[in-house]
Design a protein around this ligand. Structure first.
Ligand code: AHG
Ligand code: MN
Ligand code: MN
Length: 338
């Protein structure tokens, strides 16, 4: 039998790559893995449980309807990370301000976590893949609960980032800045095993992922790029295929494996884009670069953006290097100067 490596074993094996205290990261990632398994259990039986499906009836800080699973996942990840001694606070899509961990061990925790507990909410009720996205930083404050400024660090300062995809199988994919590795949950054992070592995105792809329903509201450069994707040109494998799930985690995961580009640009109705910098774009950008891909806002690298608020949005162009570069050329060409 081929040797198998569990997530826990892998993190311990690789902890020399990590420049901070060795045990901290493995405890933190195991807490995330635990919460992921708990959320996975609820996601898997969502169709059986009417009280899990549907809206809570409240809006979150983005003014979006909160689904019950959003709230459940938010609570489970907070619960898993609280009182462990590694994390002093969180920023979550579902909460307006910093979640300060004030008790015992937590105040001496050296890390803060930004999280999208449930990504792809609109797909919960229809049995389509959803996910969780996380981003981990060293705190910049000295001690006590996490502060707002702890989260105002550029994406380049992330010490780890990853996502969980609750799909046809459940996977946890993460990076600590030394490549990207993917683990698949064996539900019969309840453990993640290394299934996708050293993931790399192809330099070219054949898939473009964008909500084309917003076409009329896109910048001219994006419209031109979509046309480019649709042109018949066998030499460059065009036309490309259009694939858009509407769960960014699932679109990211597919494009990472197959090659492709994901674009959520500015639109005339969302002039800053839709996706959130801290817990969507930054972790995706860290993973994408570590897998050999590119992540920009159409003009500049995502990881170099200086955050100024917890829930700030950014346009996002990410994926296979050559595809993202072509889209950026078109953005530049069609942006009025002055
Ligand atoms: P969330 O469910 O966490 O609010 O995120 C939804 C995001 C992202 O997952 C997805 O790619 C995008 O919003 C879909 O937006 P549109 O419906 O506007 O295409
Ligand atoms: Mn999301
Ligand atoms: Mn979400």
């Amino acid at each position: 039998m081929a040797s198998i490596t569990s997530l826990g074993e892998f993190v311990v094996e690789r902890q020399d790559d990590f420049k901070y205290a060795k045990g901290e990261l493995s405890r933190l990632l195991s807490a995330i893995g635990l919460a992921a398994r708990v959320v996975n259990r609820e996601v898997n039986k969502a169709g059986l449980m009417e009280d899990i499906l549907g809206d809570v009836g409240e809006e979150n800080v983005q003014g979006e309807q909160q689904k019950k699973l959003d709230v459940y996942a938010d609570e489970e990840f907070i619960r898993a990370l609280k009182d462990r001694g590694e994390v002093c606070g969180l920023a979550s899509e579902e909460r307006e301000g910093v979640i300060e961990f004030k008790s015992g061990y937590a105040v001496s925790g050296q890390y803060v976590v930004a999280i999208d507990p449930l990504d792809g909410s609109s797909n919960i009720d229809v049995n389509v893949s959803i996910g969780t996205i996380f981003s981990i930083y060293r705190r910049t404050s000295k001690s006590g609960p996490a502060t707002f400024d702890d989260f105002m660090q550029k994406g380049t300062e992330q010490v780890a980032a990853g996502y969980v995809i609750y799909g046809s199988s459940t996977m946890l994919v993460y990076t600590t800045g030394n490549g990207v590795n993917g683990f698949t949950l064996d539900p019969s054992i309840g453990a993640f095993f290394l299934s996708h070592p050293d993931m790399k995105i192809p330099k070219d792809g054949k898939i473009y992922s964008i909500n084309e329903g917003n076409y009329a509201r896109f910048p001219e450069g994006v419209k031109q790029y979509i046309k480019y994707c649709q042109v018949e040109d066998p030499a460059t494998n065009r036309p490309y295929s259009s694939r858009y799930i509407g769960s960014a985690v699932a679109d990211f995961h597919r494009n990472l494996i197959k090659g492709g580009i994901y674009i959520y640009p500015t639109t005339t109705s969302s002039p800053n884009g839709k996706l959130r910098l801290l817990y969507e774009a930054n972790p995706f950008a860290f993973l994408m670069e570590q897998a050999g891909g590119v992540a920009t806002d159409g003009f500049n690298r995502i990881l170099d953006i200086q955050p100024t608020s917890l829930h700030q949005r950014t346009p996002l162009f990410m994926g296979s290097e050559n595809m993202v570069k072509t889209s950026m050329d078109m953005m530049k060409e069609h942006t009025p100067v002055g």
